[in-house]
Design a protein around this ligand. Structure first.
Ligand code: PHE
Length: 507
């Protein structure tokens, strides 16, 4: 196979390619920024597009050079905005007669306690003033205003963005800043340069004429048929281009919207209820025994203000009977004495089932299909799989003849629409359902538990006059989200990793 001659290659060049070659004709290589200017491109994207076409034809190389940079860390940005602690100490003293007792500095709003320590260390090192003992007190006294120190100059240089450490920043200042924790951070920049290959140089030496090419087809060009005679600019879909930084909903919000749509399509209506509720609704009305371990302080976040919430006495009395002896529901209850004071305690809801039962109490007449997606709160230590605040996807369906197969069918359909084909059910226990099940989905590598479900017990439904069977479920949102987004740590959903957020699809 003979490779095409330089002249043949030249005939096939597009205008942007020719502009690159002409710009490189003399120097053979240019940094991308200079190429943009020399060939009058609109920006780096356009120049890179042309360059990658040329590279594909063997006419140039795109060199990438990673330049290590030094920039400001979190602490550094704060210092750049407010000044180094010792400089702030100096300003503080200036405004307070030039001296102050050490013990007063901690109270000054200008510093945190840690910063007083840091300020003093550097104060001494830089000779910003005196420290002397006056009685039991140590007094800090400011000298004459010190000129900006090298670290302050370096801070100023770095304020507008990361720089090359060797050449762009005062070395002494950099050394000083490096000795403070969190002030500096390393970064990098990718510098691109375009270099002609030997073949490219031969082509570039030929006479190349740049003619007007059509990059955008207009209705006129199409209607008049003029497009047939005009050179059209080809596209290269593989051209590296900057990712547009557009605003978009958080992935979790998108998932919530998707779940909303699924339940709406299945004929469910959304309800919303409060975060702060009485123990009565969160637990008693759901037949959770008053000595249930989950009620203990380690699980439930009880409130100090308000400490209690009003609950209708007649309803509490009715539920008290159910707990004590069944109250005519056919149950024997839990036995013992029911404590109405316990019922009044205010708490942050531990599950969204509280919203379900309150709604059901107000609308005992079926049929009913409702759902909610809401935040719940538990006293959990945060780790890779636990958060003290998370979401549940909750719902009930009630109608005459509603039964367990219908419940499983609804959940099966819900998860199917989210893309999970394989489910399995495991017997479980909740005080308010019978039977009770846990739903697990197949993740492709293992089974993962995603929530609970069951049919409300008569102890829960009969006191509120609900006659039809109530199918109920409460599913985890965050675990589902982790599966969907391939996250290993639940915290990644809430502590923003901007790079990850930017990389998420728009829709
Ligand atoms: N409330 C239960 C939980 O928080 C879930 C559940 C809801 C179970 C409804 C059964 C019926 O885990």
């Amino acid at each position: 196979m003979t490779s095409p001659s330089p002249a043949a290659l030249a005939r096939e060049l597009s205008n942007p390619e020719k502009r690159v070659l002409l710009a490189l004709r003399r120097t053979k290589a240019l940094p991308l920024g200079q190429l943009v200017a020399a060939a009058s491109f609109s920006g780096e994207t356009e120049a890179m597009s042309a360059a990658s076409w040329l590279r594909a034809k063997g006419l140039c190389e795109i060199e990438e050079n990673v330049v290590p940079l030094i920039g400001l860390g979190e602490e550094g940005r704060r210092y750049a905005a407010t000044g180094l602690p010792e400089r702030r100490l100096f300003r503080f003293l200036e405004q307070h007669g030039g001296r102050a007792e050490l013990s007063r500095l901690g109270e000054a709003k200008d510093f945190t306690n840690d910063e007083v320590q840091i300020a003093l260390t550097w104060w001494k090192r830089k000779g910003f003033g005196e420290l002397s003992r006056v009685g039991k007190e140590i007094q800090v006294q400011a000298g004459t205003e010190p000129a900006p120190t090298p670290d302050e100059r370096a801070l100023e240089q770095l304020r507008d963005g990361a720089l090359r450490p060797e050449s762009d920043v005062t070395p002494e200042g950099l050394r000083l800043l490096k000795s403070r924790r969190g002030v500096l951070r390393t970064a990098q920049r990718k510098d691109r340069a375009i270099r002609l290959s030997a073949l490219g140089a031969q082509v570039a030496a030929l006479p190349l004429s740049v003619e007007e090419a059509v990059s955008q087809l207009t209705p006129d060009l199409i209607k008049s048929g003029a497009w047939r005679d005009r050179p059209l600019r080809p596209y290269d879909l593989a051209t590296p281009a900057p990712r547009p930084g557009v605003a978009k909903p958080h992935p979790l919000v998108q998932l919530i919207e998707e779940i909303r749509d699924i339940f709406r399509e299945l004929g469910f209506e959304e309800i919303e209820e409060e975060f702060v509720v009485s123990t009565f609704w969160n637990m008693d009305a759901l037949f959770i025994p008053q000595d249930h371990p989950a009620r203990e302080m380690q699980d439930t976040l009880y409130l100090e203000r308000p400490k209690t919430l009003p609950v209708e006495k007649a309803i509490v009395a009715k539920i008290a009977k159910v707990h004590e002896d069944g109250g005519g529901t056919g149950s024997r209850g839990w036995g013992g004495r029911f404590d109405p004071d316990e019922s009044a305690r205010a708490l942050l809801r531990t599950h969204t089932t509280v919203g379900t039962i309150r709604h059901l109490a107000r609308h005992p007449e079926g049929p009913l299909r409702i759902f909610s997606i809401g935040r719940v709160f538990r006293k959990e230590t945060m780790d890779a799989t636990h958060l003290p605040e998370f979401h549940q996807i909750e719902g009930i369906a009630t109608e005459k003849g509603a039964d367990f197969p219908l419940l499983l069918g609804i959940l099966q359909e819900f998860y199917r629409r989210l893309g999970f084909q394989r489910l399995r059910w495991r017997p479980a226990y909740f005080p308010y359902t019978e039977p009770s099940m846990e739903v697990e989905v197949w993740t492709g590598t293992r089974w993962m538990e995603l929530g609970g479900c069951g049919i409300f017990r008569p102890e829960v439904t009969l006191p509120f006059g609900v006659k039809t069977p109530v199918l109920a479920w409460g599913l985890g949102l965050e675990r589902l989200a982790m599966l969907r987004f391939g996250l290993k740590d639940i915290r990644d959903l809430y502590f923003p990793d901007l790079e990850w957020l930017r990389s998420q699809p728009l829709l």
